[in-house]
Design a protein around this ligand. Sequence first.
Ligand SMILES: [Fe+2]
Ligand SMILES: [Fe+2]
Length: 201
Amino acid sequence: MTTIEIPGRVYDRIHRRMRRLPPALCEHCQRVEQIARGLCEKHGQDADAVGLAALAHDATKHFSGAENLLRMEDYDLPPVTDYERRNPAILHGMVGAELLKREDGLSHPQLYDAIYWHTTGNPTGGDTIGHIIFLADKLDPVKRKRYPWQPEMGELAETDLPGAVVMFLTRNIARFLDKEKPVHPAAIEARNALLLAAESG
Ligand SMILES: [Fe+2]
Ligand SMILES: [Fe+2]
């Protein structure tokens, strides 16, 4: 297992920040941390570091859409697309990753990327840590109604993280297609990248 060194003051700042969130959001983040820790044990990842990033993943979920759009600009993050301008809530992963880096010192690149892409999926396919945080968020039991395939996905995640991410993306994209709604391109790219990697692997 590769250990990710995180200074104690970073843990303290993030824990303090998360305690100040609206209670329902704070509880979601705590459940996601526990699910992520469980997946870390199964997949040989640093449960303390990945658990911290899982706890922090929705640090800015309570921001308004307007706030997200302003922060994207202030932080010099990539230009917002039309899709994102109309659905600015989706930007909370990107804004959160950057805020946690700037304000709390959570700068490890794998943890940054995992938080940055946790809403859509990582267009490069992502790595094990990214998959764990992505799936832990979708496996919160509170989301069972929205994602009825959650039990199968949870089972698959124990042995095949990329497979479970593909299962999620396939079914969730289908949900959007059924409703004739647009899909964030990163979700399509993430799924393509994982399917291509599985074919060539
Ligand atoms: Fe989120
Ligand atoms: Fe979340």
